[in-house]
Structure formats: C-alpha cells, structure tokens
Design a protein around this ligand. Structure first.
Ligand SMILES: C[S@@+](CC[C@H](N)C(=O)[O-])C[C@H]1O[C@@H](n2cnc3c(N)ncnc32)[C@H](O)[C@@H]1O
Length: 297
C-alpha cells in the first residue's frame, strides 16, 4: 500500500464519523504521526510503499478512531501553545480556549516583570489549580521562565501525565496532589502572585447535551462538578485567594460560557473586583479577579 492509498483509505473510513474536512484533518495528523513525514513530503513521496509494521499501526489507529475515540488519545498527543503534550484518558484534552487564558495570564505576568511595580519575574509565583495534562503551568513556565510555577490536582494519574509533560518540555513545575475542595489541604500550597485555573465547571445535568465522544473518553473528574454546583471551584478559589494571594495578586479562571455573570458576582461577593473576557468565538470564557481593596492592575 502506498502513502497515498493509505491516506485515502483512512480518510474515507473517517467520513463515517466526521465531515469531509475534519476527516481529512484527522487523516493528515495520523499519517504524519505514522510516517514521520509532513504533508508536503508525503505528497512528494506519495507512491512510496508504507512499511508493513506501519500498515499494522495504521490499522490499529483506524480501529480505535472508528470507536469515536478522540485522535489525541489514539496518538497520545495534543497541541497546546505550539507544543506537543502527551495525553491519555487520565487528563482532559487541552482546548484552544485555554490557550487564550494562558495568553491573558502571561501578558499580566510579563507586565509585572518589567514595570517593577511589585513582584519581579524572579519572584513571581504562579499556582495552577486542577492542572490535568499540565498544559497551563508548562506553557506559563515557557513564557515566563523566571516564574516559580506550582500546579495541583486531585488525580494521581493526571499528575503523572503533567510531570511527564513538564519533563519533556524541560520546564520545572512543582506538582502537589491535593483535593482543592478540602480547605484543610491548602496549607500544602504556597502564597502566590497569580492563581490560574480551568476547573471542572459542567453540571451533571448538562450530560445529555454533550458530545458522546467527550462523555465516553474524557475523565468525568475533569469535566463535572460535584453536587451539580457549577461554581463550587470558583468559590473555593476565591476563599483560598483571600488568604494565599499576595498583595495585588490576580486570579484568572476559565468559565462555563453561560456563567460569566454569575462567576463575576461570586468573586465580587467575596470582595474582589472582577472582569469577564470573551473567547475567540465571542463567548464569555474567562474571569480575572483582584481584591478590590488592592485594585490597580
Ligand atoms: C477541566 S480539567 C482542566 C485540566 C487542565 N488544566 C486543562 O486546562 O486542560 C480540571 C482538572 O481538575 C482536576 N480536579 C477535579 N477535582 C479536583 C479537586 N477536588 N481538587 C483538585 N483538582 C481537581 C481534574 O482532575 C482535572 O485534571
């Protein structure tokens, strides 16, 4: 079988589940993974035969993809902020919206490091709550190399993946295993300048409106809030921030698109000035909060 035939066969099989464009994108990604060649090189070598072991690998990937398993879990690869991250079913697949959260944090982090108003980059401390694959702390450490970065999660499996990604990118991150909803465990966390989080925010009641492949493969611990309380993590983060955020520190959180106003009000009710930011699709997606008494950021 030639490269060209292999790609055509895979793409055709994928149209059972995906529209033509998505099938073509996934087939390209898988073929690049299997052959190690970029699209342009595969086009040049399109009549080259695919080695038998690669044909077998491709068949195995196709079998998994046709169960509706996300391609990122099949290839154990997701791209975030221009870097490849190892992913498996212990962690949420990083989303493009979260890249925007990282951009927002790093813009503030950079400003603080240059304007000398308060913390310098040497001492900037950042904590990521619910780190999953580690995509947020690893990307922030790349963008703000002088920062000290901490990340926590309740899942052993997620922390193992995050540590693997931090090692692969050579970005030292301090990982801490805690249940963040248990205030008694906050003593394990440092005082920080920036708290960032993309916590679980989907109520169980949203289950029937979600894509089946998300429900079947992504960890429910990462998606759903306990007791149907969509704001439970923001409430905990706000309380933690009241005691563990340095003067003029900032909180940045990703939110459910329908809960921008409610999340803002939650922070305001706890003495913060809060602002909602939209994502690239124009949906409410992030909130920044600063203790009102210290508002100058
Ligand atoms: C929505 S995922 C976000 C993962 C990653 N930060 C990202 O943006 O791709 C939420 C993460 O919170 C973790 N988590 C869930 N409950 C938690 C808890 N009680 N304490 C700490 N982490 C928790 C999950 O294991 C999961 O990794």
């Amino acid at each position: 079988m030639t490269f060209y035939e292999a790609q055509q066969q895979l793409q055709k099989a994928l149209t059972e589940l995906y529209d033509d464009r998505e099938a073509a994108n996934i087939a390209d990604w898988v073929m690049e993974h299997v052959t190690g060649l970029r699209k342009i090189d595969r086009i040049i070598h399109k009549q080259s035969p695919l080695a038998p072991e690669k044909v077998n690998l491709l068949q195995e990937y196709t079998r998994q993809l046709l169960t509706h398993k996300p391609v990122q879990y099949v290839l154990h690869e997701a791209w975030f902020c221009g870097m490849p991250f190892y992913v498996d079913e212990n962690v949420l697949i990083p989303r493009p919206e979260t890249e925007e959260l990282v951009e927002w944090v790093s813009a503030i982090g950079n400003r603080h490091s240059v304007d000398g108003k308060r913390q310098t980059a040497e001492t900037l401390r950042i904590l990521d709550v619910g780190t999953g694959s580690g995509c947020i702390p690893v990307s922030l450490k790349k963008k703000l190399p002088q920062a000290e970065v901490y990340a926590c999660d309740v899942s052993e499996g997620a922390l193992a993946v995050a540590a693997r990604n931090a090692a692969a990118q050579e970005t030292p991150v301090n990982f801490i295993k805690i249940d963040f909803l248990d205030a008694g465990s906050w003593s394990l966390l440092p005082e920080v300048d920036i708290i960032v989080s993309n916590p679980p925010y989907i109520p169980q009641s949203d289950k029937n409106t979600m894509f089946q492949n998300v429900l079947a493969h992504e960890p429910h611990l990462a998606l759903f809030v306990p007791d149907n309380d969509a704001l439970v993590f923001y409430d905990a983060i706000a309380r933690f921030a009241q005691s563990n955020l340095v003067s003029q520190g900032c909180v940045f959180v990703e939110i459910h698109e329908e809960l921008g106003q409610k999340t803002k009000e939650l922070f305001e009710g706890k003495g913060f000035y809060a602002e909602v930011k939209k994502d690239f699709q124009g949906k409410d997606r992030m909130v920044k909060a600063v203790l009102s008494s210290q508002f100058s950021v």
